[in-house]
Design a protein around this ligand. Structure first.
Ligand code: HSE
Length: 307
């Protein structure tokens, strides 16, 4: 096989209580990428359609992630990459992670799968380092493993996959403002109180247990963030109203997707997720902010080969 086309899913990182450790892959939105073997060594980004992003390998997250993988092989050739961006950078649904993960996953396939998924996460994290100054794994892990993932430890990297309840749907609204992850990380505090920690890790445990038990009420109760949301929500116009409207429309819970400005809600069933979407839209229509909206079931496979 010399060429492969892949779907690289959007992801929701943090999932309210799990800053930098929890994430989930989506089905309804993602980038596409074509990766081809070349005789020339290294990685070349040939084409980017849909967004204005750098083609220079060292400045492109897919390029940097691909190079991190190649440095660990003795492969004498290289790869060229075409990226069809459907996820807007700065949207909070893992735009950089989709490109970084797609590149390393596709290259691994073309090389005959020398690396396991955790190793691919490690390479893709180099793309995240370029995009946000920090090599966080909570978007690239679900993109590569599929479903929900927990980064139990960064050193050494230890990723736990978590099953997705069958009727769990996500609604994501993306108000059309850009929030750079690097900026929204700078405003966070570097310490928390013991009291806040206790509430937060109670919720992380509750959410993980709720996902395993398919206990939708427990999932909803655990979608609380005492650390990041109170600070970052200030950057997102209408956040409190969207959250209140989502819960009134039947959502289990609602929070900031990744570093924002996208807002996500989880619901039991597609019908409720659609109703939640309608309620979210009304909020932004009333305050005259344009938006994109997605309703998606959980993507349990992660990156997929396209025909
Ligand atoms: N955990 C990261 C953050 C995710 O919140 O900064 C960025 O998508």
């Amino acid at each position: 096989m010399n060429e492969i086309k892949v779907f690289c899913p959007a992801t929701i990182a943090n999932i309210s209580c799990g800053f930098d450790v929890l994430g989930v892959a989506l089905d309804a939105v993602g980038d596409e990428m074509v990766v081809r073997k070349t005789a020339e060594k290294g990685i070349r980004i040939n084409k980017i359609i849909g967004q204005d992003l750098p083609l220079e390998t060292e400045k492109n997250v897919a390029g940097v992630a691909g190079l991190a993988l190649l440095e660990n092989t003795d492969y004498s050739g290289g790869f060229e990459i075409e990226i069809y961006k459907k996820i807007k950078p700065g949207s909070g649904i893992g735009s950089s992670a989709a490109s970084s993960s797609g590149a390393v996953w596709a290259i691994n396939q073309l090389l005959g799968k020398p690396f396991n998924t955790t190793q691919l996460v490690q390479f893709a994290m180099e793309g995240e380092r370029l995009a946000s100054d920090v090599a966080h794994a909570d978007n690239v892990a679900p993109a590569l493993f599929g479903g929900f993932t927990l980064v139990r430890s960064y050193q050494p990297l230890d990723i736990i996959t978590i099953p997705a309840p069958k009727e769990l749907y996500a609604t994501i609204i993306h108000p059309q403002i850009e929030v750079k992850t690097s900026d929204s990380r700078k405003i966070l505090k570097s310490t928390i109180s013991m009291e806040t920690g206790i509430k937060q890790w109670g919720n992380v445990g509750g959410l993980v247990a709720g996902l395993f038990k398919e206990d939708y009420d427990l999932i909803g109760r655990s979608l609380e963030d005492h650390i990041v949301e109170p600070i970052r929500s200030i950057l997102i116009p209408g956040f409190d109203k969207v959250k209140a409207a989502s819960i009134s429309a039947g959502a289990l819970g609602c929070g900031i997707s990744g570093s924002g400005p996208s807002i996500f809600a989880f619901s039991k069933g597609n019908d409720t997720a659609l109703k939640v979407g309608k309620a979210m839209k009304e909020v932004y229509k009333a305050i005259d902010i344009t938006f994109d909206i997605h309703v998606s079931k959980v993507n349990t496979e992660g990156i997929k080969i396209l025909p």
